[in-house]
Ligand binder design. Structure first.
Ligand SMILES: *Cc1c(COP(=O)(O)O)cnc(C)c1O
Length: 348
């Protein structure tokens, strides 16, 4: 029913706040028995790719837009590795406002670029990486007095907490382990805050361990070292200087969790595993979560991955956003002529 409607009582909105609604949120939480069985855990996947623009970014964008409109904003700007721009462009189109989108040139998945363009945003390719594009967007938003809807916008994080509330309501408790990709490090902090809310409000009695997964080539939080030239196939988390570093580190340490890294190979293997053994096609950044669990299971670290642990992975974005990466990992279709004999031979 839309995040503002479903969770309005928990959000900083009033009758004056425009009721922006693309029916975001309320995404499926699917139990993955086959993969969970292999890993020795009770595994659940939150399908954030089912949001209207195909990623969890819609959960935060809806409140960021509603509050900016309430404050009189007429135009919007963001920098993005792809999904923020797709989401911002969608909401801008929905509410009828112009939107400027800064993308690091050449590093954005095809589907996301298509989205920003078809929704009608003004798309600007910036030479340089995401971190530079974000700096520029921040400065331009101040000079031109237009609303910036990156995760520096506090409302994004506040309504992204809705993901944790939904999980608690679906499971009737918090999971033991919450596994999530970490890029700019807003979402992990939002989920942690959301779980704590439900705990404080007496809705759940325990809290999960927060496990943040980063790609090996873009792992400033997992390694504790700055990463000036982030590089990974998981473009949504190709970020070297996360804006939310401090709160993400707190979420992990307060919850007694940890950060883990995975290689691009492990990410792509996990993407294929999730698609071919669970019927779920998620974009590479999302698949870091399963890749992390596979790595922990293989390392046999019972302390980090206890048998039977109720585990939720956040599949942050839809696989269709990055078709090029997926296609590059699979066999092409079998070609035959038009005869039934050939078909039957292939099917034998
Ligand atoms: C934005 C994004 C992330 C990273 O989330 P942060 O809040 O920046 O850590 C992960 N996966 C996908 C698909 C994303 O779009």
């Amino acid at each position: 029913m839309g995040v503002l409607k479903r969770y309005g009582k928990y959000l900083p909105i009033s009758e004056k706040t425009p009721a922006v609604n693309l029916e975001e949120g309320s995404t499926p939480l699917v139990r993955l028995d086959r993969i969970g069985g292999e890993l020795g855990i009770e595994l659940w996947a939150k399908l954030e790719g089912c949001n209207p623009s195909g990623s969890f970014k819609d959960r935060g964008m809806v409140l960021a837009f509603a509050k900016a409109l309430e404050d009189g904003a007429r135009a919007f700007v963001c920098a993005s590795t792809g999904n923020t721009s797709a989401s911002a462009a969608a909401y801008a189109a929905h509410v009828g406002a112009p939107c400027y989108v800064l993308l690091p040139s050449g590093k954005v998945a095809l589907g996301k670029l298509a989205q920003a363009l078809i929704y009608g945003a003004r798309v600007i390719a910036v030479e340089g990486n995401f971190d530079r594009a974000l700096e520029m967007a921040r400065e331009a938003s101040e000079l031109k007095k237009i609303a910036i809807v990156n995760s520096v916008n506090p409302y994004r994080i506040i309504s992204q907490k809705s993901g944790a509330w939904e999980i608690c309501e679906a499971l009737g408790q918090a999971p033991d382990l919450h596994v999530i990709p970490v890029g700019n490090a807003g979402n992990i902090s939002a989920y942690w805050a959301g779980y704590r809310d439900f705990n404080v409000w007496g809705r759940v009695s325990a809290l999960p361990k927060m496990i943040g997964i980063q790609a090996e080539g873009a792992a400033p939080l997992a390694t504790g070292k700055p990463c000036p030239n982030p590089e990974t196939v998981a473009t949504a988390i190709r970020i070297g200087n996360p804006v939310g570093a401090k709160t993400a580190i707190e979420a992990v340490s307060q919850s007694d969790g940890f950060f883990e890294t995975v290689t691009d190979r492990e990410i792509l293997d996990a993407q294929k595993m999730l698609a071919s053994r669970a019927g779920i096609f998620a974009e590479p950044a999302s698949c870091t979560t399963l890749a992390g669990l596979v790595k922990l299971a293989a390392a046999n670290t019972a302390k980090k991955l206890p048998q039977g642990a109720k585990t939720v992975i956040i599949l942050t974005g839809n696989g269709l956003k990055d078709p090029d990466t997926a296609i590059s990992q699979v066999e092409p279709p079998v070609k035959i002529g038009g005869s039934l004999e050939e078909l039957l031979e292939v099917m034998a």
